[in-house]
Design a binder for this molecule. Structure first.
Ligand SMILES: C[S@@+](CC[C@H](N)C(=O)[O-])C[C@H]1O[C@@H](n2cnc3c(N)ncnc32)[C@H](O)[C@@H]1O
Length: 253
């Protein structure tokens, strides 16, 4: 079984936990780390009634791009949590920049613990976090416990195909999980491949630049930093060619 640290590294496409201390430096130029705030906003706007009282929980929120956009655009209350303190500091800076201090709160911590105590949200979001909460069935079950009856779960993950289904469930397999866990798929948004390729290329350029800087400072760790570029590229290729990135909006029965 993977440790929390191994899953944390994997959630940010790092092959080794040795990379964890360097991730804030490597990702310093990026705000969005996985999910598209635009796609999540679109799904919520179309399908969920939101008011100033709506409470949203953004688990493993990264640098808070989704949380801050939702608080700003929808006027709802958002609580974001992530394990990397530098990401949470960055998110707090964005809260001030976007003037959403009264609606947005960020805390550092382990979501595998938070899911046991956070309750009664209207919407919970798990964006591009992989298997940190376990397999899809374990993940949905734990997310379900954090929302009210009739509340919503948003998961950003991927649909695999027959070839990739060992790692990524197919759409049919996801639907089986939803049936078993008592949630229904309200809507889904498949990532636009051209948009994805352009975001990936831009992000990869920033990361390559930061890897170069780190290699100058710490030449003995060059293979470690090079491995990060390779795994980032492999993930981009996989998403662009083999699997379909998808944001799913689910409602608790
Ligand atoms: C690919 S990023 C996605 C961030 C954000 N949801 C987004 O879409 O921009 C994955 C995030 O999961 C966080 N993470 C991984 N394991 C975690 C855990 N056990 N508790 C809290 N955060 C965790 C990482 O620190 C990282 O910020």
């Amino acid at each position: 079984m993977s440790t929390t640290e191994e899953k944390l590294a994997k959630s940010l496409t790092a092959e080794s936990t040795e990379l964890i201390p360097y991730l804030p430096y490597l990702l310093q130029d990026l705000w969005e780390l996985g999910s598209s705030p635009k796609d999540i906003l679109e799904l919520i706007r179309k399908h969920v009634q939101v008011s100033k009282k709506t409470r949203v929980l953004d688990l493993a929120c990264g640098k808070g791009a989704v949380s801050v956009h939702l608080a700003r655009e929808l006027g709802c209350r958002v609580k974001g949590m992530d394990m990397i303190p530098e990401f949470i500091e960055f998110a707090k800076g964005k809260v001030r920049e976007f003037g959403v201090e009264v609606r947005c709160e960020f805390v550092v911590g382990d979501i595998t613990e938070f899911v046991k105590t956070e309750k009664d949200y209207d919407i919970v979001i798990l964006g591009a976090v992989g298997d940190v909460l376990g397999n899809p069935e374990e993940t949905v079950t734990q997310l379900r416990n954090t929302v009210k009856q009739g509340g919503y779960i948003i998961i950003d993950d991927a649909y695999g195909n027959e070839k990739s289904s060992v790692i990524y469930p197919t759409r049919e397999q996801w639907l089986g999980v939803f049936e078993k866990t008592g949630v229904k798929l309200v809507a889904e948004k498949i990532i636009d491949e051209d948009e994805l390729a352009s975001v990936n290329n831009e992000q990869q350029e920033w990361i390559v630049k930061r890897v170069r800087e780190l290699k100058d400072k710490l030449p003995e760790k060059a293979p470690l930093f090079d491995s990060y570029i390779r795994s980032q590229q492999a993930e981009c290729d996989e998403l662009e060619n083999e699997i379909s990135g998808v944001t799913m909006l689910l409602q608790v029965d």
